[in-house]
Design a protein around this ligand. Structure first.
Ligand code: AMP
Ligand code: MG
Length: 350
């Protein structure tokens, strides 16, 4: 299949958008930018179209898709028994990086929800995304536009790398603003519960809803507790080279990483280091990449996936990363990083 790549970095291009809408309406696949990561879209109400997403990504069929809408009113067609909390969250955070789990209506095929009786809904804060949703009929199922097991794409080049020749169209809207997938909050049973941490933090949700729980599996050291969001159960991305997080006071972290890099260099092995703008000058004997500035946690979130992809293109035999427990997005960032590291952490606190 030939994949059409449409450049909309400088704004929406009408003819391209019409064509993208037609592709979705006849059951095809279009990748598009959102504020979180690039999505791989199909008509959410078309069983066959949704099925194509799983094929293109190599995604397990029990891992449900998020349905993207462009207007609050659209929610009534796809969800039933919508609780008042949904409207409160919508008023506070939509359009934005928050996904709500609600009870599914019969309009949504089981292919879209991975066989579940619930549906995930999000209204993205990105002009291209909303224009595409409207052009495509109003309901676009879209997981991240990466091959399953690769980091989520944060620029169109990442999507091209994974999806060229596999899908109908890629809309290039430039780099995303947030870089980490949406916060998922379940409103279908008991107290509102965070199933996946993201840009919208627990504190932000609690300001609107009062008490908000966190899925126990996200906090547990025990990897055997099953997360409620099926996608959080899969071993996510692991870089080609082993990734190890080094945690503790900044100075000790730098010393330990330098000591390890020196040992590796003596053995003829190349070490990769994920540091920050503030720390990168301290590292020796390693291929050092800065993830962003500690003074700007958004820069750290935005570059996380891109930096992991970059290391896969280099010949490092191990990667050490600092820990990024930043105020608002720290939990979301560390959730992704710890998964990528397969829980390998060196603690230099003592
Ligand atoms: P992605 O769009 O690739 O970020 O993946 C979507 C995420 O949303 C996955 O972790 C899914 O498991 C989760 N998700 C989607 N629908 C539901 C649902 N109905 N209940 C729980 N989790 C969901
Ligand atoms: Mg994903």
């Amino acid at each position: 299949m030939e994949t059409v790549i449409v450049n909309m970095r400088d704004g929406i291009e009408e003819a391209g958008m019409r064509r993208a809408g037609e592709i979705l309406r006849r059951g095809g696949l279009v990748a598009f930018p959102t504020e979180t990561v690039y999505g791989l879209g199909a008509d959410a109400l078309d069983e066959e179209a949704a099925g194509k997403i799983y094929q293109a990504k190599g995604r397990p069929s029990d891992n449900p898709l998020i349905v993207h809408i462009a207007d609050w009113d659209a929610i009534e067609k796809i969800a039933v028994d919508i609780p008042p909390e949904a409207k409160l969250l919508s008023d506070a955070f939509w359009p934005g990086p928050l996904t709500m789990i609600l009870k599914r209506s019969d309009a949504v095929p089981l292919a879209t929800t991975g066989g579940l009786d619930t549906v995930a809904v999000r209204l993205p804060n990105h002009e291209i995304a909303r224009a595409l949703i409207r052009a495509g009929g109003g309901y676009v199922a879209a997981p991240s536009a990466n091959t399953s097991g690769r980091p989520s794409p944060t620029k169109a080049e990442h999507v091209v790398r994974d999806m060229d020749g596999v899908i109908d169209m890629i809309i290039d809207g430039g780099d995303v603003r947030i870089g980490i997938e949406s916060t998922i909050v379940d409103l279908t049973e008991g107290a509102p519960t965070i199933l996946r941490p993201g840009y919208v933090s627990r504190e932000m949700l609690e300001k609107v809803l009062g008490r908000v729980e966190i899925d126990r599996a996200l906090l547990a050291e025990d990897e055997n507790i099953r997360p409620k969001a099926p996608g959080m159960r899969y071993r996510h991305y692991a870089p080609k080279a082993p990734l190890v997080i080094v945690e503790g006071p900044a100075q000790r972290v730098r010393e330990r990483i330098n000591a390890l890099s020196e040992e590796n260099a003596a053995d003829g092995r190349v070490t990769g280091v994920i540091g920050t703008d503030e720390s990168q000058g301290y590292y020796r004997n390693a291929l050092v990449k800065s993830i962003g500035s500690r003074a700007d946690e958004r820069s750290i979130a935005r570059h996380l996936y891109g930096i992991l992809r970059e290391f896969d293109d280099s010949e490092v035999s191990v990667i050490y990363s600092e820990s990024f427990d930043t105020p608002q997005m720290g939990q979301a960032i560390m959730n992704r990083l710890i998964k990528a590291a397969g829980h390998q952490i060196i603690d230099v606190n003592e």
